[in-house]
Design a protein around this ligand. Sequence first.
Ligand code: SF4
Length: 372
Amino acid sequence: MPFPQPLHEYRATSDAELDSRIVNARKTLGEKALILGHHYQRSEILRHADLTGDSFALSRAAAQIRTCDSILFCGVHFMAETAYILANSPENLAARNGKSVTVSLSEMSAGCSMADLATEQQVETAWNAIGQIFDTTKIVPITYVNSTAAIKAFCGRHGGLSCTSSNAEAVLKWAFAHGDRVLFLPDQMLGLNTSLKMGLTLEETAVWNRKDEQLHAYSGDPQKSRIILWDGCCVIHLRFTADAIAETRAKYPDVKIIVHPECHPSVVEQADCVGSTSQIIETIAASKPGTVWAVGTEWHLVERLGKTFSNKTVINLGNNPSVCRTMALTHLADICYVLEHLAANDPVNLVTVDAVIAADARVCLERMLAAK
Ligand code: SF4
């Protein structure tokens, strides 16, 4: 059968055949290709990944591997953008004699509903309106890495930086040392959980509402706010509730509850531990055999943790597994499709970032690394 074939042919192929063709394509490509797999991908996908991790750690690691010409990112769109930006930095391009790295996304329709809640136009509108109330030269914009390259570029242009779910506190401290106020994009929950942990009060916190394009205080006067939160969220993590924690504790008296900081503050407050995906994995790995964990994060990771740490009990927090549908869009057929096209020197599913946006977004990401 001639290949590479159109995508629908791959979709009609058995998993066993796809597995073996992926292995063959991988061998043909050798170290010229790198497969990155986000923790929320399904296990049959991660089995083929060269590196697994959270989005920023993966992009950063990939950027340091100089032998690879092509990256396949099994994840969602903003992750492929970040990999493209970091892998094609001026230093990396110089080291590769000007040759850029291609980045393919496993499934082109895999977006992130949180990242989609902050468009460049919405953020420019908000910035101008906030500028009628405060001096924006003294506001430091921060964007969670779960955002588009355009939003990272906006922050880079305005003296701001990115953060991850593990360094948000360090980044907020940096921002308050460099300005009077912070605009935190796009995840309201990560911003709120982190600022409350740092001792900021609700009186010092306001929310920008995208719909009415107004600043709203949690309590009191929005003009007194020190942190302005974008009203975005991850619906996957907002499904976990304080009621589920109470029910889990009643059923498993010795349970430890660990949740991601994208969860609602009422959940974070009741949990035993809070951490990024990597921190959740490390915490459970380091716990004693026999420990019972209820985990508030994406279901595919929770399921895999249960299988990996078979000497512990790892369960989902609550009755309903919380699946990120766009992460789950990637199938073996997509991996095989991209790899066989790469092997045939006909790359597909390419994600690129405009050079000007990439340069500003890189400033935003590099500032985060320097702020730690
Ligand atoms: S889990 Fe939430 S933040 Fe992560 S990719 Fe899915 S929608 Fe986006």
